[in-house]
Write a protein that binds this ligand. Structure first.
Ligand code: DGP
Length: 129
């Protein structure tokens, strides 16, 4: 099921051109238009789910996450990468269609308190050596 008002549904259906890096029957991966890292790819299911809590079938979730490895290999992210799934307003999810960010191509420090926002607790207490 797709949502005619959803930009990612339109990308998934091929109605809007995008910088596609992978596609199969169930999902599509394309480059984020506001890249935060040299490699910044989004994986989306073609069906519309608002976010990861929107009763996404386990098979669809599993498939999308299994594609992460394919993209990482394709993009040459041999030294590691980060995946991110912003969910809802507290996480500043801007496009309400479930998607997985893959970020890589360079070292990413752990997010610090400032990055997490005003409500963050002191991250050093979790990560001190
Ligand atoms: P999030 O904040 O997790 O909802 O991230 C949404 C990302 O989607 C954001 O980094 C920008 C990207 N984005 C939004 N619209 C488009 C689009 O039309 N094309 C592409 N390639 N990326 C988009």
């Amino acid at each position: 099921m797709t949502d005619p008002n959803c930009i990612f549904c339109k990308i998934g259906a091929g109605e809007i051109p995008t910088n596609k890096v992978y596609e199969d029957e169930e999902c599509i991966a394309f480059r984020d238009m506001e890249p935060l890292m040299p490699t910044h790819v989004l994986i989306i299911p073609k069906d519309h789910y608002r976010d990861i809590t929107d009763d996404v079938p386990a098979a669809t979730l599993g498939h999308c996450f299994s594609v992460v490895k394919t993209i990482a290999e394709q993009e040459g992210l041999t030294n590691g990468f980060r995946i991110l799934v912003n969910t809802g307003d507290d996480a500043s999810q801007s496009v309400k269609h479930f998607h997985i960010h893959i970020l890589g191509g360079g070292h990413m420090p752990r997010p610090n308190d400032q990055d997490w926002g005003e409500h963050a607790t002191n991250s050093s207490k979790f990560y001190s050596a």
